[in-house]
Design a protein around this ligand. Structure first.
Ligand code: NAD
Length: 498
């Protein structure tokens, strides 16, 4: 039976309403292929009224004592816990990942809220007395203004929560533009934030695609832009927002290399690689994209890896709790990923495990691809460099660590890289020389938690200050330095001297 198709509302001044737009975009349940909602594609006029509302709320919110802002976030944290399973189920329904993965998505986001609850400590400035005799200097951090968050589809809870809890804790007002593919979880997250007692206009929601985003980037009352998504769009956002005088942080795509050394513990390396490559059906910016097998590791590691990949049960995460891997986000994305597998084979790589054509009888309309492993990928093949963003693991073979590091280091992306080894020397050599920002040593998905910055480099990040941790505080505030000297009445008034 098909589900009721609702149009997602926008939020202005704590009032939800469905705008009248010329265009809408469909939202699917990827597990079944059924359409479950539509998203209004908002234009510049709607964006203007959202931004003006957020701007009107700014003066009062930035003067609200940080401890009062924190109290809203403490209440929000409790509401998130009360609605934890509901949020996870919403993610399963609109994203297609498994319930375990969806719980992780929510949990990591809640941890950012917990971090933001400490804003009274995090926001403290610096002070030095007597920078010259009788003169003091203090640095305080003030909010930057109206901030915007433009989000991708792959973490419907976590990625938005990288942004708005930190932005509003710092005293900014916020406009959230969810991915048009997964708007429902974000809507629920913000409903709960309003329930926690957030004043009207402090957080707002708008929907849309390029026209909506462009209107946000160009609006004169927007001060800061946070973006997470693919690299070409991240680069565009960074350039356009910068040209319009905004502060901007834009996290992009990835191609993460995971090294397996001949001395690695094979069982642990297989488990880590399987989770890294096929967790969330490979739709993670920290996914293991390429297994870099060094020397003897090819013979020891690849047979059990292939067996473990074949053993993963692919199924509809919304109705089969035994499914180990869910669907891809849309039919179009499934076609793109299977097309890239075919390209790899045409370019001369060898299919070790072929997940195409998998049949999921419980949900024949879903967007499924089973785990796929492509062996003997070479540097001159396009699949070596392009982000696939599906359950597809490339394998590259090298004789030694040096050659492997060289190849990994001339990739454009720079998000994450991992090594499995029992050698401290190899691990140290790898983590010191590899050119990317998040490193795992015997850890498959080294995504930093809320209190460390999510530190992509190169073509994986555009800007200076990353999301999460202290860098988020620096991004969402600007420093003001006050130098002061106080006189006794009449002291030092040379023009009063006779
Ligand atoms: P996407 O770039 O297609 O979309 C991201 C957002 O940008 C969406 O809200 C979308 O509406 C908007 N958008 C799309 N095209 C646009 C355009 N031309 N102009 C203006 N706005 C536009 O990304 P996606 O497919 O939703 O998400 C997957 C990507 O996100 C992958 O590349 C993944 O690696 C990346 N990602 C990166 C991180 C990170 O921390 N580096 C985290 C999660 C996801």
């Amino acid at each position: 039976m098909s589900e009721t198709i609702a149009c997602c509302p926008i939020l202005i001044g704590n009032e939800w309403s469905v705008p009248d737009t010329a265009e809408t975009s469909p939202v699917y349940n990827p597990s079944t292929g059924e359409q479950i909602a539509v998203v209004p594609m908002c234009d510049a006029d709607i964006v203007d009224s959202v931004v003006r509302n957020a701007h009107a709320a700014l003066a009062d919110w930035m003067e609200t004592p940080p401890i009062e802002r924190a109290r809203v976030l403490f209440r929000y944290k409790m509401l998130l816990e009360d609605h934890f399973e509901e949020l996870a189920s919403m993610i399963v329904r609109e994203h297609g990942k498994t319930i375990t993965e969806a719980r992780g998505d929510v949990r990591r986001g809640v941890e950012v809220v917990e971090y933001a609850c400490g804003i009274t400590e995090l926001l403290k400035g610096e002070c030095l007395e007597n920078i010259a005799r009788g003169i003091d200097c203090q640095m305080v951090r003030q909010p930057i203004g109206v901030c915007v968050g433009i989000c991708p589809y792959n973490f419907p809870a976590l990625v938005p929560m990288w942004m708005y809890p930190m932005a509003i804790a710092c005293g900014n007002t916020f406009i959230f533009k969810p991915s048009e593919k997964v708007p429902l979880t974000g809507q629920r997250l913000i409903e709960l934030l309003v329930d926690a007692g957030l004043p009207p206009g402090v957080t707002n929601v708008v929907h849309g695609g390029k026209a909506c985003v462009d209107a946000l980037l160009e609006h004169p009352l927007v001060s800061g832009v946070s973006f997470v998504g693919s690299s070409p769009v991240a680069k565009y956002i960074h350039e356009t927002a910068s040209l319009n005088g905004k502060r901007v942080q834009a996290a992009g795509g990835a191609k993460n290399f995971v090294f397996v050394m001949p001395d690695a513990e094979v069982g642990k390396a297989v488990d880590g690689m399987i989770d890294g490559a096929f967790g969330c059906a490979g739709q993670r910016c920290m996914a293991a994209s390429t297994a870099v097998v060094v020397g003897q590791a090819a013979d020891d590691f690849l047979p059990p890896l292939a067996a473990a990949a074949r053993a993963i049960k692919v199924g509809p995460a919304d109705r089969d709790s035994s499914a180990g891997m869910g669907a891809l986000i849309t039919g179009a994305h499934l076609d793109r990923v299977t097309g890239l597998i075919a390209t790899g084979v045409e370019e001369g790589a060898e299919l070790l495990v072929d997940g195409r054509g998998v049949k999921v009888e419980a949900a024949p309309g879903g967007f499924y691809l089973a785990p796929t492993i492509i062996d003997r990928v070479e540097d001159n093949m396009s699949i070596c460099h392009e982000e696939i963003f599906g359950p597809v693991l490339n394998v590259m073979r090298f004789e030694d660590l040096d050659a492997a590091i060289d190849i990994a280091n001339h990739q454009a992306f720079g998000n994450g890289a991992c090594i499995y080894t029992t050698s401290g020397k190899a691990a140290r050599e790898f983590s010191h020389r590899i050119q990317c920002g998040m490193i795992g040593i015997n850890v498959g998905v080294p995504a930093p938690l809320a209190y460390f910055p999510f530190s992509g480099w190169n073509y994986s990040f555009f800007g200076d200050l990353h999301v999460q941790g202290r860098e988020a505080i620096y991004f969402y505030t600007r420093a003001k330095v006050v130098t002061s000297r106080w006189f006794q009445p009449g002291e030092g008034d040379i023009w009063h001297k006779d």
